[in-house]
Design a protein around this ligand. Structure first.
Ligand SMILES: [Zn+2]
Ligand SMILES: [Zn+2]
Length: 761
């Protein structure tokens, strides 16, 4: 008996556009001798298959097992349709322009192994061509202007394909079939070096020569401009610092390969995976002592280096020619956003760069490099941007209506959620910068279009002065529904999303500061939280923040505030003969000294007292340096008292830790030992606080979130204490623990609340 012929319609959702999915389906269908069609639509890709039942089943199995490397299949929905009975073969359809739902644009991706081989093969027609790419690699998010993802809606629209490129693009059997940015030296973008004529090879040789001479070169990359300088040049790196007005923040360094990375830093297996992943983030790794090769001005006072591997063919060619570590830092002045438009880059970087290495493929969306480090053998993202955005993150809930999470302010991102899928924007930076704010507002509109989500609910921080809050209010005027979410609740929610858990948990949210439900500044919080609500169960005892915001820039003010509580006068007071007393009085008066329970400010106070620094040039600097100072071989720890107040939240006396620091300073204990004892003391307090909450709530899972937990020393100590006491501990991996994760936490909470009220309706 002949086998039954069936016809199936498959809807495939996930990252399936621009990643070689259609040619893959095409050859798979051919191998199973099926006829039908595959095409992109606004939900992802659709497939119609006709053939024997067995063959269709085999195809369905292989679809998931053999999918191309960059494809991510979230969901396949199958429905049987009437067979046509025609053996018309299998074909690839053009895009359906329908806009029914969500599509996923792939993140930009580092050059693949096949393209690398061609790039270095003298017999290949793309030998040495700095813009080589294929369906498995190359620019994506940064060049997409609109959806569906097709060449005319990218910044490659201005480069008509030559005959050989067109043939590859049209051939379903080719690796470049429907690779939208496909091009070659004859038809594609061209490399340019200011004031120099020549082919790509000569240009790159010239740039390497300029770099060897210690010159600063602006290099146009994937998501923006970088500033490059020889990382071994003292003069070059110092000049770059001066011209960029960047005092102390470390520069990222590009290395040619893992071997060069290992010559500069200790590379653990997890770091190696991160470094070589298609996302190619900057990876923070412990530098080798003595660091030797790398100039002091690259990462002053740091025990870590931020390293990355080449991720565009241009980087590959440049690194081959230069053959040494290269500073590759974002092309901007001080805290401005990275330059990505050519004219603007000329203007803003003209005073910094000695030369411009550019090309004529426009960048449509500014996307910064991502930053990661590893924790317990797993990646932990600190800045989620190029290579990761806009890949969707699965929510542990299903949003009834589309939600926008507006994020925080300093490390801003926004998040669009629909159904159980959330799209976190690339890192945007400080919204107080006007240009950053503009790309934030424009970015919301752009990404909403790309992912096909029109938000109905807008979640925002409770801080009335955050520009993200104000933006949410503006959107509300055009009819969107507002949903306020407390800052630290959003942190814990982001950690829950990262771990695919709806809670409830004991949430420990330690950060700089965030607006509390009582209008004071929180930042050392113990919450009992799920994705709907949070109850403040405990916190670090509040201390005044003398001078408000200026205490963030001047950690010595926090030292004064803590010392005032202890009636102590530390050595550092002598460095401020006039101001110390005035600030102490300010702290006592409560005037212009808002109380804060911030863990970040406690770190600041201790960092100042042990002599790390009195003032900072970027947020969290003192804490970062205190972590690096800590001597892990030191013995001992500090202890702080937990005060209970019945139904009210308990309070952990951070001042006890400060008192112990002062006592050790009196005894001339080395600063590195004090730093370690402080970390241990704080980790112990975290575990004690959680234990207290477990006794009354019965909860056995703890979520650790907030910028302070980027400190892997504190994180490791806290996790170890908690696990020893039988807790299950959730930490961050894909979503930053800092304010970059706030928007997805907000979106998850707003979605869950909305789903709850939809059930009630
Ligand atoms: Zn490739
Ligand atoms: Zn071509």
């Amino acid at each position: 008996m002949a086998e039954r012929t069936i016809r199936l319609h498959l809807q495939v959702e996930g990252v399936v556009q621009g990643v070689g999915f259609r040619p893959f389906v095409y050859s798979l269908a051919k191998s199973w001798q099926l006829s039908g069609v595959v095409g992109n639509n606004s939900l992802g890709a659709f497939v119609e298959l006709e053939g024997s039942e067995d063959a269709v089943a085999g195809f369905q199995r292989d679809l998931r097992l053999q999918a191309p490397p960059l494809a991510v299949i979230d969901r396949v929905t199958a429905r049987e349709v009437t067979p046509t009975g025609l053996q018309t073969g299998f074909r690839i359809a053009g895009s359906q322009l329908a806009r029914l739902g969500q599509t996923q644009i792939a993140p930009d991706c580092a050059t693949c192994a096949d393209c690398l081989r061609e790039l270095t093969d003298p017999d290949d027609r793309r030998y040495g061509y700095p813009f080589i790419n294929c369906t498995n690699c190359g620019p994506r998010l940064t060049i997409v202007q609109d959806v569906p993802y097709d060449r005319p809606r990218t910044t490659m629209a201005g480069f008509p394909m030559c005959e050989p490129c067109r043939r590859e693009y049209d051939d379903p059997g080719d690796r470049r079939f429907h690779a939208q940015p496909v091009c070659c030296a004859d038809c594609g973008p061209r490399l340019r070096l200011s004031g120099f004529e020549g082919g790509p090879g000569e240009v790159i040789a010239k740039v390497a020569q300029l770099l060897r001479e210690g010159q600063i070169v602006a290099v146009k990359g994937l998501g923006g401009y970088h500033l490059a300088v020889d990382a071994t040049s003292d003069r070059g790196t110092r000049t770059l610092r001066q011209r960029k007005h960047r005092d102390e923040k470390a520069f990222a360094v590009m290395v040619s390969d893992l071997e060069m990375a290992r010559s500069l830093a200790e590379i653990a297996p997890a770091d190696e995976l991160l470094l070589t992943s298609p996302a190619r983030p900057i990876v923070l790794v412990p530098r080798r002592e003595p660091a030797g090769l790398v100039a002091a001005a690259v990462a002053p006072g740091q025990r870590q280096l931020g390293l990355m591997l080449p991720y565009t063919p241009l980087h590959v060619l440049l690194m081959r020619e230069f053959a040494g570590p290269l500073v590759l830092t974002s092309g901007n002045v001080s805290e401005e956003p990275i330059a990505f438009l050519d004219g603007d880059a000329r203007q803003r970087l003209g005073g910094i760069a000695d030369a411009f290495l550019t090309h004529d493929r426009p960048i449509h969306l500014r996307v910064d490099d991502s930053v990661a480090r590893s924790f317990r053998g797993e990646p932990m993202l600190i800045r989620r941007s190029r290579g990761y955005a806009p890949r969707a993150i699965r929510l542990p809930v299903t949003a009834a209506r589309p939600v926008l999470g507006c994020g925080a302010e300093l490390k801003s991102t926004f998040c669009l959620a629909q159904g159980d899928s959330a799209t976190l924007s690339p890192h945007l930076g400080d919204l107080k910068n006007y240009e950053t704010f503009r790309s934030y507002a424009d970015g919301i509109t752009h990404l909403s279009r790309l992912v096909g989500i029109s938000p109905v609910v807008v979640a925002h921080d409770l801080h009335p002065d955050y520009l993200s809050t104000k933006h949410a209010q503006e959107l509300a005027e055009s009819g969107l529904e507002l949903a306020g979410v407390q800052h630290h609740h959003a942190h814990i929610a982001s950690c829950l999303v990262d771990n695919g858990s709806p809670g409830p948990v004991i949430g420990v949210a330690f950060d700089g500061t965030g607006y509390g439900t009582d209008g004071t500044l929180w930042g050392g919080e113990f919450l009992v939280a799920d994705l709907v609500q949070a109850r403040r169960a405990g916190h670090l005892a509040a201390v005044p923040m003398p001078g408000g915001e200026s205490a963030v820039r001047q950690p010595w003010r926090m030292a004064a505030a803590y010392c005032a509580q202890l009636a102590a006068t530390p050595a550092v007071a002598q460095r401020y003969p006039r101001e110390w007393e005035a600030v102490t009085r300010l702290a006592g008066s409560g005037f212009a000294a808002p109380p804060t329970s911030s863990a970040g400010r406690l770190f600041d106070a201790v960092a100042c007292l042990v002599g790390v620094r009195d003032e900072v040039s970027y947020e969290g600097q003192a804490a970062v340096e205190l972590e690096q100072l800590a001597n892990q071989a030191a013995r001992g720890w500090y202890q702080s008292e937990i005060r209970e107040f019945g139904e009210m939240p308990f309070q952990i006396r951070g001042a006890d830790l400060v008192a112990a620091v002062l006592a050790d300073l009196e005894r001339n204990v080395p600063a590195a030992d004090i730093a370690m004892r402080f970390h241990r003391g704080l980790a112990l307090s975290i575990a004690d606080g959680c234990q207290l909450i477990r006794e009354t709530s019965g909860l056995g899972t703890v979520a650790l979130s907030g910028g302070v937990f980027q400190n892997v020393l504190l994180l490791e100590l806290a996790v170890a204490h908690l696990e020893r006491r039988g807790f299950k501990v959730l930490t961050h991996r894909r979503i930053p623990a800092n304010d970059g994760g706030i928007s997805i936490g907000q979106a998850a909470i707003a979605a869950t609340r909305d789903a709850g009220s939809a059930d009630a309706r």
